[in-house]
Design a protein around this ligand. Structure first.
Ligand code: MRU
Length: 368
């Protein structure tokens, strides 16, 4: 696939017969990669946040399925599916909120069922297709979202950039496109405690491209939005429920409340692989709770006295009523709700194949 000039970072690559992940825990201090040769390495990397961001997790899992199938086939060519489904379950349990994980595994599993002989080539072709489709979707969403921005500043949260996806980014794809087309003067990025995805990752991506970025502590958001420079909040999503409620990084809900209070528009940018039509409302989305040490310590150093506890839900649910626009690769939904999403998801087919979860049987790979 031809790359756009501002599409420079790849967090997930398949190289030399294995998976290579940019270690996002080390950014921006060091650029290091971790190689995964087995399913267990891959699952561990997802759980430990070496790779993060809903679409990137899904793509990583798809490559992880290839590694699992390779190992099972080497053990028992005639009965390689024995144990394979348990492998996929263990991969699927690594992070519960991002639906892209389950979506990608289901798509790979359905294809695996019909394979005769060595599964590796066919599954690898499908994983590559999932990866390429994600980048293509991001380009499309970048164009669609940028058209809605007409000058001023935007605010984003967490990292929904190239690092969080197959490449280019969802929310940051819109930011990149808006910047390139002169529709944007400044980006404010929330630092995003406790993992600091905003400071460490979003700022890293934008600084490299010369896009002006100003970091804000989450506590400064209300004051910033009140000033009136920010026209849009632009964020990604880990899951969009059938009624338009959105799960995204903790702090997104507060940002949406502040945005509505101050007349700032709120845009969610997410591929249709993030839309879960089987999940009726945001209340049904499982919110991942991570360990309290992520809040109590920073870079190994204690931030609080021994004996203090912490509550660490890493996502929250933004009700659909606070969302002005949902941008997907198939088009834009204004003020999403259950009726609009049902009609949008059933009638607007992608111009390229997407997964069977949403669109009928998965496309067969053209390689492998
Ligand atoms: O915990 P993380 O870093 O995986 O959370 C990531 C987010 O919340 C992103 O905003 C979301 O996955 C969208 S990424 C395109």
């Amino acid at each position: 696939m031809k790359r756009r000039e501002d599409d420079t970072v790849r967090a997930v690559t398949w190289t030399g017969g294995h998976l290579r992940l940019l270690d996002q825990r080390r950014l921006p201090d060091a650029i290091e990669t971790i190689d995964c040769h087995e399913l267990t390495d891959t699952a561990q990397a997802i759980r430990d946040m070496v790779v993060r961001g809903a679409p990137a997790i899904g793509i990583t899992a798809a490559y992880g399925v290839v590694l699992a199938a390779r190992a099972r086939y080497a053990q028992s060519p005639s009965n390689w599916r024995a144990g394979f489904l348990e492998d996929l379950d263990s991969l699927g349990s690594t992070r519960p909120t991002a639906i892209n994980l389950a979506w990608a595994i289901r798509r790979m599993a359905r294809l695996a069922r019909s394979i005769e002989g060595d599964p590796e080539g066919i599954l690898l072709a499908e994983a590559i297709r999932i990866h390429e489709e994600d980048i293509e979707a991001n380009y499309r969403m970048g164009d669609l979202g940028a058209e809605l921005i007409s000058g001023g500043a935007v605010m984003t949260h967490c990292n929904a950039g190239a690092l969080a996806t197959g490449g280019y980014g969802t929310a940051l794809g819109v930011v990149r496109r808006a910047w390139r087309s002169g529709r944007l003067v400044e980006v404010y990025a929330g630092e995003t405690r406790p993992w600091l995805q905003g400071s460490r990752l979003t700022a890293w991506e934008l600084v490299q491209e010369g896009i002006p970025v100003t970091l804000v502590c989450e506590g400064a958001v209300a004051s910033l939005l009140r000033q009136g420079d920010v026209g849009w909040v632009v964020v990604g999503a880990d899951r969009v429920a059938a009624n338009g409620d959105v799960a995204n990084k903790i702090g997104t809900y507060a940002l949406a409340v502040h945005a509505r209070r101050h007349g700032v528009r709120f845009m969610v940018v997410a591929p249709t692989s993030t839309v879960d039509m089987d999940c009726p409302t945001g209340d049904r989305i499982p919110v991942e709770l991570r360990g309290e040490e992520e809040v109590l310590r920073l870079a190994g150093r204690p931030l609080a006295p021994a004996g203090a506890k912490a509550w660490n839900p890493v996502f929250d649910i933004t009700p659909a009523e606070l969302i002005d626009v949902l941008v997907t690769e198939r088009g834009v939904v204004h003020r999403p709700d259950d009726e609009k999403l049902a009609s949008f998801m059933s009638h607007r087919k992608a111009s390229y194949p997407t997964g069977e979860l949403l669109n009928g049987p998965a496309a067969r790979p053209d390689r492998g």
